[in-house]
Design a protein around this ligand. Structure first.
Ligand SMILES: *Cc1c(COP(=O)(O)O)cnc(C)c1O
Length: 423
């Protein structure tokens, strides 16, 4: 696509944007002067779909009017609520409906999945993660290693960038597997790295990992809703993601999980149990021995927290209506525009860490600003721009295809340019 560095160009793109009506389906936060924030932190907390409130109110009403009867007689009966989201969620991540379920929160789910997919033995006890893994994922795998009686010093392996580089290379991943593959029980990678925005080839990770007998899992928190992860065809064993980033379902909301269908009927996989992964036909007989459900539902423990679950319906219905193909198409253009404008700013001022190739990134760009410190972030806030700051000098900026505009991107770069000039 041919970009131009002008407000007129940005406005023209917005006018031609087939998804332009969706911005108005979200609440756009305003600063104290009443200006819309230039909101680029969909990678941290997605904006509220206007319809979310309707769905929450509906459940408050059913609860008020029906009490316990809402479990079976509500507008959306609570016992089967998660099932009603499986189909829409599956399309967003490229899975079969029975391979996904929404339950619990992300870090909890990583642990529940590791109960099944991290079964260390004296010969095969290692976990491979990316060196700049999201802290929660790192803590989770460290604690799993310790829980099983091993030492993270020797059992945690890191895939690191080459000396002086920010991004990870596939050949280093291959070398690690060549050297230690037989000792690695689990590979757990952030599918889009939260810091650099680098997106990995899941199929390659899965094929290489499986060839060495490792399980392969993907943390999809920074990928879901902005890339097309094609989880089923990639062949990864499992995945998990939160729904409050690009899936816009509210602070601390629930997490989706994916378990590949090849594990759907494996009753031998170790797992934790509760009444909610017991056969739903006989669940309420209450006295039968545990009988695990097939598919991703077989990892649930508890009856679903309905009030956290319902905003996800509002968001998923929009994804269903638009489809990931269209969203991704806009996203590639929109993030490409930001990349182009960064180029115009000049490499003596900013350096984009994220890969240039759209196939190797989602919608986020991580921008390293020369000679900047946190003061720049504060100044951006004063100019009603919300981005995410990472020490020492990196702005993580995520133009989100559902509600960000080309004009948002253009204005952001104008403001950034003004601030850099002044300092
Ligand atoms: C956002 C995020 C988390 C947060 O986990 P919660 O359990 O939802 O608090 C964990 N891992 C990654 C990679 C994330 O992007």
């Amino acid at each position: 696509m041919k970009y131009q560095n002008s407000l007129a160009f940005a406005r023209e793109q917005d006018a031609e944007d087939p998804l332009k009506k969706y911005r108005n389906e979200f609440h756009i936060p305003k600063d104290k002067d009443g200006n819309d924030w230039l909101y680029f932190t969909g990678n941290s907390l997605g904006l509220q779909p206007k319809k979310a409130q309707y769905y929450v109110n509906l459940e408050m009403k059913d609860w008020a009017e029906q009490g316990v009867e809402g479990h079976f007689n509500g507008t959306y009966p609570w016992v089967t609520y998660p099932e009603t989201l499986q189909g829409m969620m599956a399309k967003v991540v490229g899975a079969k409906p029975e391979e996904v379920i929404i339950m619990d929160t992300l870090t909890t789910n990583l642990h529940l999945l590791m109960v099944s997919f991290y079964q260390p033995t004296a010969k095969r006890h290692k976990i491979l993660i990316e060196s700049d893994a999201f802290p929660s994922d790192r803590y989770a795998v460290q604690s799993q290693i310790k829980f099983h009686g091993y030492d993270p010093e020797t059992s945690l392996v890191e895939w690191s960038p080459k000396e002086g580089k920010d991004l990870l290379d596939m050949d280093d991943f291959e070398s690690i597997l060549e050297e230690q593959g037989e000792e690695i029980a689990l590979i757990l990678i952030g599918g889009v790295n939260y810091y650099t925005g680098q997106r990995f080839d899941f199929k390659k990770l899965a094929d290489l990992g499986h060839a060495k007998g490792c399980y392969v899992g993907i943390d999809l928190a920074h990928g879901v809703g902005n890339i097309m992860p094609d989880l089923h065809n990639s062949g990864v064993d499992f995945s998990a993601w939160c729904t409050y980033k690009y899936l816009n379902s509210g602070p601390g909301s629930l997490s989706g999980i994916f378990v590949h269908e090849r594990h759907a009927h494996n009753r031998e996989l170790p797992r934790f149990a509760g009444w909610w992964n017991h056969n739903k036909e006989t669940r309420f007989n209450m006295r039968l021995p545990f009988d695990v459900m097939p598919g991703a539902e077989g990892w649930q423990l508890s009856n679903p927290p309905i009030l956290s679950l319902v905003p996800i319906r509002a968001a998923l219905e929009m994804f269903e209506e638009v489809g990931m193909e269209q969203l991704r198409e806009k996203s590639v253009k929109l993030t490409g525009f930001l990349q182009y404008l960064m180029g115009e700013l000049g490499s003596d001022v900013v350096r984009v860490i994220t890969p240039r190739n759209p196939e190797e990134r989602g919608c986020q760009l991580s921008i390293s600003v020369n000679n900047a410190d946190k003061r720049l972030h504060e100044q951006l806030m004063e100019n009603h721009v919300i981005t995410d700051w990472r020490e020492p000098n990196v702005i993580r900026c995520a133009p989100t295809p559902f509600y960000n505009t080309f004009e948002d991107v253009y204005q952001f770069v104008q403001i950034l340019k003004g601030l850099i000039k002044k300092s």
